[in-house]
Design a protein around this ligand. Structure first.
Ligand SMILES: [Zn+2]
Length: 124
């Protein structure tokens, strides 16, 4: 995967949710509502928000064909996936976003399930 398409509205929602959850980590799944590769939906699972590195456990996720991956925030400025992140990425879909402090759109990065960075194409 070279790049991922995501709507500007969802990029802004990710940043907003990350700042609302700060200093805790925000975790959500991301989806595509039109059976395409365009990420245009956050699929929030309330139980996964909270303490640092609280992650979604794959056995709590209902099967949903819209799910493409995940988004989580890093309350620090570090925007590289941790070892825990990489283990979760492999279970949770093809594309994974990390937004780091201070949670502006230019702080969002995307990675494939192996942790390789992919370019973000923001779509209006
Ligand atoms: Zn992380």
């Amino acid at each position: 995967m070279q790049s991922v398409k995501v709507t500007c509205a969802i990029l802004e929602d990710m940043c907003q949710a990350a700042s609302n959850t700060f200093p805790h980590e925000f975790v959500s799944l991301v989806g595509s509502s039109h059976n395409s590769d365009l990420i245009d939906e956050l699929i929030v699972i309330p139980a996964v928000q909270g303490e640092s590195h609280a992650w979604v456990y794959s056995n709590t996720i209902p099967f949903d064909p819209k799910i493409r991956g995940s988004i989580h925030s890093h309350p620090s400025a570090n925007n590289f996936p941790s070892q825990t992140d990489l283990e979760s990425f492999r279970k949770l879909g093809m594309v994974h976003f990390i937004v780091s402090h201070p949670f502006s759109v230019d702080r969002v990065r995307a990675f494939d399930f192996e942790g390789n960075e992919v370019a973000i194409q923001a779509i209006d």
